[in-house]
Design a protein around this ligand. Sequence first.
Ligand code: FPP
Length: 231
Amino acid sequence: MNVPSHIAIIMDGNGRWARRRALPRIMGHKAGIDSVKNIVKACIKFKIEHLTLYAFSTENWLRSRKEVKGLFRLLGSFLDNEIRLFHDNGVRLRIIGDRGRLDAMIRQKIEDTEKETAGYETLNLNIALSYGSRQEILNAVRQLSREVKKGRIRPDEIDEKIFAEYLYTKGSPDPDLLIRTSGEMRVSNFLLWQISYSEIYVTSKFWPDFREPDLKKAIEEYGKRERRFGG
Ligand code: FPP
């Protein structure tokens, strides 16, 4: 079967999952972490090479201080608790997004985990944190403009390949499959450049309910699609 090499996921619906159970929102995010662990393990099992998860968007900074703090605390514990899983299974972690806005302690933890796992290549796990695709593209344009100004590159030399090297996802292939949970038909400022030819799969399940069998179903659906890349 045709298995995607890179899966990107917009993990949506934690809040609604919690509301249905009359629980605080943070409990939805906590259950969402269990799905993250389950899906990371499933990707290792299904031999997926790249997994990119949308954990926190630039727009998410507008949420209550309490929720933002809670989310970053959960992320910190995830990194502490799963480092063994990363070592045992050859998972390389990379955080994509605007690190400048992250608190110094979490930034340090991220850098340490990235360094520790840099040599692994079974699964490349990218977590988008304080990520916004338009900001990523603007950032690339600014960097390239500086290179042009310094005379290091000519404007007509800039092609898709060179441009992609200035994005946070530098070095990763484009996602083959984009999954969104909780039924919304939006891309929400996620990987706008990179998903140009991705297949899209939307499920009505909330993220905390999305587990290995659901991923398998998405991969099977992807296997049936015929990709033409506009040709
Ligand atoms: C969307 O649900 C989810 C988020 C904004 C956060 C996703 C974060 C996690 C699953 C935990 C941290 C992740 C990692 C990778 C360790 P929502 O709150 O927008 O739900 P709603 O639309 O139902 O309110």
